[in-house]
Design a protein around this ligand. Sequence first.
Ligand code: XLS
Ligand code: CA
Ligand code: CA
Length: 439
Amino acid sequence: MSYFVGEKEYFKGIGKIRFEGKSSRNPLAFKHYNADEKVGDKTMAEHLRFSTAYWHSFCANGSDPFGKPTISFPFDSSDPFAKADAAFEFFTKIGTPFYAFHDVDVFDDIEDGRAYEKRYQEVADGLLARQKASGVKLLWNTSNMFSHPRYMNGAATNPDFNVVARSAVQIKKSLEVNVQLGGLNYVFWGGREGYMSLLNTDMKREQEHLARMLIIARDYARSIGFTGKFLIEPKPMEPTKHQYDYDAATTIGFLQRFGLQDDFACNIEANHATLAGHTFAHDLLVCSDAGMLGSVDANQGDAQNGWDTDEFPTNMYDITMAMLIVLNQGGFGLGGLNFDAKIRRNSTDAEDLFLAHIGGMDAFALGLKIAHKIKEDGFFSNFIKNRYSSFDSGAGKRFAEGKMDLVELARIGLDAKTKQTSGKQELLNNMFNSYLFDY
Ligand code: XLS
Ligand code: CA
Ligand code: CA
């Protein structure tokens, strides 16, 4: 497959990124990601379902609370069609078959709601044409209901009904665009859906309003033909002090409380899981166990900094654990691996965006291969299975199946001989490392 070029080529001098194998020292080549190579019964491309994030790659300009922009784009960023041309050129050169965006990533936000809808539609038509020309698909879109000052007290959870209604303009239009573009998922990340102080907040009411919004968004989307998944993206804090979708467990409980568990799943971002005090793998497994792991925002945080640094993923331990969980649940389904990650403020060469994605894609491809081997060998799964084998037969089995009351359980306990059984953590750590280092 060749790459897409619009009216002009923006990333000149960089061609399609190709697989050269692990002995290659070419920085602009893949060492592990070989799209058509099979791992088990699927190709790497089918397993990994990579997606590029519009906002970090084509909107974020390196500015931070302390400094002005550092990154200059090779396109006119005020022209949504030039931006789209550059984006699709990038997607096809790097080889991410999917992309993801917020409404106001693909065009500059407009105050007037009707003008917003009109402009969004024009740009969506342009995106559809580029999707058709390139074969790139929409993993998900979403509405940015956290940047505009009107959302400073929340969007769906705002105490002012008019703000809630204005946020519906964005959700409704984004859902229509999603259906037009054949989007596989639609994401809700509640950036301002939380609170700064309980002294001014009716938390119960806000959460009920949030659920109300999700219910009517779901109903509208289904009525216009959306067949995909709705995804909630948990994050504990930042920008609010306390976000309602704190982590996977909280989000799943919320969805179940309001009967939304069949239409909704989670989009787990690594850096958000670690901000919540969990590992990436923990939040993935919580979702997977509930049948609600929808998609992943692939990135990583910084071990020393307690905020959302959105770095490109490089940590092989975390990545391999993640891929093992995904393989164990039989793949992503409609989801994928979206690089919600940004190059650093001082990474200012045009090639840096390519290098960042190459690193992330290679790391996940390697993690996939290692996880596949781990799964095939069955050492860890057998260890865990054996650890619980006392529940596989006899009284243990009857307990687990709900066929035993407390009286009987305690009676068995009176005569039970308990023994010390090692958890073998050091052995397991060593084994895991031996898989990692085998490649
Ligand atoms: C911010 C979130 C955001 C969502 C989409 O921390 O990661 O970018 O993925 O709104
Ligand atoms: Ca994210
Ligand atoms: Ca983030």
